[in-house]
Design a protein around this ligand. Structure first.
Ligand code: RP5
Length: 248
């Protein structure tokens, strides 16, 4: 067969954008636990009209794949310059009823403080929203997920297309990579306490980590600052990422 004889496919990008944020905390004296959140977009057209979905879209014929993913992300959410890696390629023949659409999914990590303002500036910001992630694990693997709106009222169990599987795969990727890479530092501000960093690791892994300070010590360095939250307690030392050991 010649090139012209092969039927052409359509190509899409989808992006799993994750951030870590404080869980609502009753006891104001404690460092709040963290929860992972994901940015979803509401669809206002068929297929899956009215469903929540990952930000994404079709790849432009004349643009590079990674460039397109970043451009679509910016167009739909106002976010740019964030950590992003390819996750997986989703190619089931029936994944999109409009035709043969293969989607290359990306995992993006972002500090929430960097992007809140940009989202609120978007004209259609009402269609973009953060959801807290409640992973369902079997042994150590994440096998399903519930997504809960920030006010806790809406629980999303199904997403458009195969996007829920993309979310599950992204969470497993993050969980598997976090212990041997520096990925977690994309989810904390420039200055953080050891306890805050530990909470980020623990919410990704879904379990407590013993002797965390010792395990992390060669990746962080003290900053010339203390965290004073106004409480009667001693201010905590702030640290920053020490990227001399970075694998990136
Ligand atoms: O959002 P539109 O442009 O309709 O279509 C793009 C979507 O079509 C799906 O196959 C992809 O997963 C992507 O999210």
């Amino acid at each position: 067969m010649e090139f012209k004889d092969y039927k052409k496919l359509s190509l899409a990008n989808d992006i799993v954008i994750l951030t870590a944020t404080d869980k609502p905390e009753d006891d104001k004296r404690k460092v709040p636990e963290k929860t992972l959140q994901i940015l979803l977009i509401k669809r206002y057209e068929e297929p899956y009209n009215g469903f929540w979905s990952l930000p994404g879209g079709f790849v432009d014929y004349d643009k590079n794949l990674d460039y397109c993913a970043r451009e679509k992300l910016y167009a739909k959410t106002g976010i740019k310059n964030l950590y992003m890696e390819q996750l997986y390629t989703y190619g089931d023949t029936n994944r999109d009823e409009r035709g043969r659409v293969v989607s290359v999914a990306y995992l993006a990590l972002v500090k929430k403080s960097d992007i809140t303002i940009q989202i609120s500036q978007k004209t259609d910001s009402s269609s973009a929203s953060w959801f807290s992630i409640e992973p369902i694990r079997k042994a150590d693997e994440i096998v399903d997920v519930n997504l809960i709106s920030e006010d806790g009222h809406l629980i999303v169990k199904d997403l458009a297309f195969d996007h829920k599987q993309m979310v599950i795969d992204a969470l497993n990727r993050l969980q598997n990579k976090i212990e041997y890479t520096d990925l977690a530092f994309n989810l904390v501000p420039e200055f953080f306490t050891v306890k805050e960093l530990q909470m980020v690791y623990e919410c990704i892994l879904g379990r407590a980590i013993q002797a965390f300070r010792r395990k992390i010590s060669d990746k962080i360095k003290p900053a010339d600052k203390m965290k004073d939250d106004g409480s009667a307690y001693r201010p905590a030392q702030l640290y920053r990422f020490d990227n001399k050991h970075s694998k990136f």
